[in-house]
Design a protein around this ligand. Structure first.
Ligand code: PA5
Length: 447
């Protein structure tokens, strides 16, 4: 079986191979700290051996629930925010047909999302869309108290109960949450919903290979066994026993940390396939939330090329030289489209007649890489042999493992997110939530 590959050659000239390899000892220590659970945040390392510890029974339970919802629903609403929805959306978008949602005779239910914003218009329009449709809801929240999903679920639950009755609604709702704690666990127990557990020691942004990601992904008709198999293989090839130079997670972590030391404070994740847009969104949270603390950390951004070459290309080529880019390159497209010959050739494209569109895209990719490196933008390249569940499973685990190593190299706790609470405290104070009286007074004095 092939594997995803990492190429850091085009970062040399900004940093050297020797500098990357000077991180070998530190990298090994960081990997050992992860595996021996001796580093910061070591009570959140459940993701480390998650792929190899998922049992067939668990997969079958997820698949059976997915099959039931697939049979009963035209639409499934995935309710969740941050780590509780981005992984599922990343995989579903990457592996579904771009225009599937517009097909009349769909073989998979339409997956829509809620609870990832507080927009009244979004919720109104979603409710309108769901009217007269057979729909189900997966409510995903580890804490069970996050405002955005709780609010959306309250509204959607009422709509479903009004439409099909309370008893039928229970069979169309699945809760994914903590084993024992939180408001969603209490509600699920009281209502008798089918539930799946988010392990205590797996943080939201590392949870894509738990039912948080696997259930929605299975509902979308994607092979979750292949996804997990890819992750298992990457777990092995980035293990503690693998040499530094052969451990692509360690080399990626070391390279980005070296670039950061050289003043490259922004990393943009680049794709040349629009289906990968949400893989970047998932990645941005994974690295941004893991490393952005103690006034440190690379700022994670992303672009979709060639689209964004026509908007952000100028800045990347000639703006402040504080960025580097990591490109996800897909070697083989799934489908084949050739450029047709045109007898008039008014657009002057006959020189490309008979060529694959992907060949043109690859030349754009190569041309962009050369231009950006010439312009002072170091380039890291991650190549996927093709876009399927197996290689995406490899990619997800690769990024998780590299994130853990990279965070330890930076010297932060990659598994907490204390800064996320600040806006919540202010919002609750402004909303006059019971228990926030003191904060309410303080914040009103500031306004
Ligand atoms: O990575 C994280 O921890 C966050 O993005 C959470 O997943 C997000 O805030 C949602 O939290 P919860 O699942 O508790 O509703």
């Amino acid at each position: 079986m092939k594997t995803i590959r990492l190429n850091i050659d085009k970062s040399f000239g900004f940093i050297s191979l020797e500098q990357v390899f000077a991180q070998e000892e530190k990298g090994k220590k960081c990997i050992a700290a992860l595996h021996n659970k001796t580093g910061k945040g070591n009570d959140f390392l459940g993701w480390l051996h998650l792929p190899s510890s998922v049992t067939e029974t668990e997969i079958n339970d997820i698949q059976a629930t997915a099959d039931r919802l697939r049979a009963e629903c035209e639409v499934v609403v995935v309710v969740g925010i941050g780590g509780s929805y981005l992984g599922a959306k990343a995989v579903i978008d990457a592996l579904s047909g771009t225009f599937d949602a517009f097909e009349m005779n769909r073989k998979n239910p339409t997956i829509v999302y809620a609870g990832h914003n507080i927009s009244e218009d979004y919720l109104y329009e979603l409710s309108e869309f769901l009217k007269n449709k057979k729909f189900g809801i997966i409510n995903i929240s580890k804490s069970g108290t996050t405002t955005e999903p709780a609010l959306a679920f309250r509204i959607l639950k009422k709509q479903l109960e009004d439409a099909v009755g309370k008893t039928n609604a229970k069979g169309l709702i699945v809760a994914v949450t903590d084993k024992t704690r939180g408001a969603l666990r209490t509600l699920a127990t009281k209502e008798g919903y089918k539930t799946f557990i988010i392990p205590n020691d797996v943080g939201g942004r590392f949870s894509v290979l738990t039912p948080v990601g696997l259930l929605p992904i299975a509902i979308a008709g994607i092979d979750i066994k292949q996804l997990v198999t890819g992750a298992v293989d990457m777990e092995k090839s980035t293990g503690m026993d693998v040499d530094f130079e052969n451990n692509i997670a360690a080399v990626y972590a070391a390279t980005r940390n070296e670039l950061y030391k050289k003043g490259k404070k922004i990393e943009i994740l680049v794709n040349f396939h629009p289906k990968l847009h949400y893989v970047s969104e998932w990645w941005k949270q994974l690295y941004g939330e893991s490393e952005g603390k103690e006034n440190k950390g690379i700022f994670t951004a992303s672009v979709d090329f060639t689209t964004d070459l026509h908007s952000m290309g100028q800045w990347i080529q000639e703006g402040e030289r504080s960025i580097f880019e990591t490109v996800i390159s897909v070697a083989q497209p799934t489908h084949k489209v050739e450029v047709p010959k045109d007898s008039e050739d008014l657009d002057g494209l006959n020189f490309l007649a008979g060529k694959r569109v992907d060949f043109i895209n690859k030349m754009a990719e190569l041309g962009t890489q050369l231009a950006h490196v010439d312009g002072g933008v170091p380039n890291i390249r991650i190549e996927l042999p093709e876009l399927n569940a197996y290689y995406l499973g490899q990619l997800l685990y690769f990024f998780e493992k590299a994130c853990g190593i990279s965070g330890y190299m930076l010297g932060v706790n990659p598994f907490d997110q204390p800064g996320v609470e600040a806006y919540k405290k202010n919002m609750f104070a402004l909303l006059e939530k019971p228990g926030f009286e003191t904060e309410s007074k303080a914040i009103k004095a500031k306004i």
